[in-house]
Write a protein that binds this ligand. Sequence first.
Ligand code: ATP
Length: 143
Amino acid sequence: MARKTRNFAVIGLGTFGTTVAKELTRFGNYVIGVDINERNVAAMADTLTHAVIADARDDTALREAGIGECDVVLIAIGEDLEANVLATINAKMIGVPLIWAKAVSRTHHRILNKLGADRVVQPEEEVGMHIAQMLHNPLMRDY
Ligand code: ATP
């Protein structure tokens, strides 16, 4: 049975964020992409349902981007810790039912958990583990 489509927002359209946003769109979901950088937003304008220039540190800008109507938000901002943390707090304050957030370190991971992110991901560590398993296990490697 086909999975029900949902409303997603991806905040931060770097390599990680755009990859997730494109794939969610390909699965037929409604996807809003948000980034502070005009060029990153323009690059996704024809691919996503909506692509919005906004600063995720500003809760009003996130509300105006439609974050309040989303079932799930992924915070995919990496290097700017302050922006990542404030985006998570804002999504929580707006009342998004499910918040996933990207962390860049163990400490960052713990902070996001404390702030109420429902799932914290560390993509490089998770992919690194997966690749080690594939390299170690010949059956998986040749699959
Ligand atoms: P990746 O590895 O996915 O390319 P990264 O971990 O290097 O990303 P950044 O490039 O620092 O992380 O951030 C990802 C995206 O988040 C960038 O496109 C950046 O413009 C965007 N971003 C940074 N700060 C904000 C902000 N305050 N509001 C919205 N978007 C932001």
